[in-house]
Design a protein around this ligand. Structure first.
Ligand SMILES: [Zn+2]
Length: 66
């Protein structure tokens, strides 16, 4: 019985088996939750990579105070 190949992927977040279908709008994730978790991780990584932490200019202030 051949009814076409079912494309299955692993959810990047929780590694659950996800059937890749048009009805699954969260693919390759298994759920909206996993999608949001992954996007959140990416956003965090991007922020760290894109811009280094900005340290307050306390040094400059204390220098002029000295
Ligand atoms: Zn998942």
């Amino acid at each position: 019985m051949k009814s076409g190949t079912v494309h299955q992927v692993d959810c990047p977040t929780c590694q659950a088996v996800v059937v890749w279908t048009d009805s699954n709008k969260y693919r390759p994730f298994c759920s909206e939750r996993c999608k949001l978790v992954d996007l959140g991780d990416w956003a965090t990584d991007k922020r760290i990579i894109a811009g280094e932490p900005i340290y307050p200019d306390v040094g400059e202030d204390s220098e002029s105070a000295l």
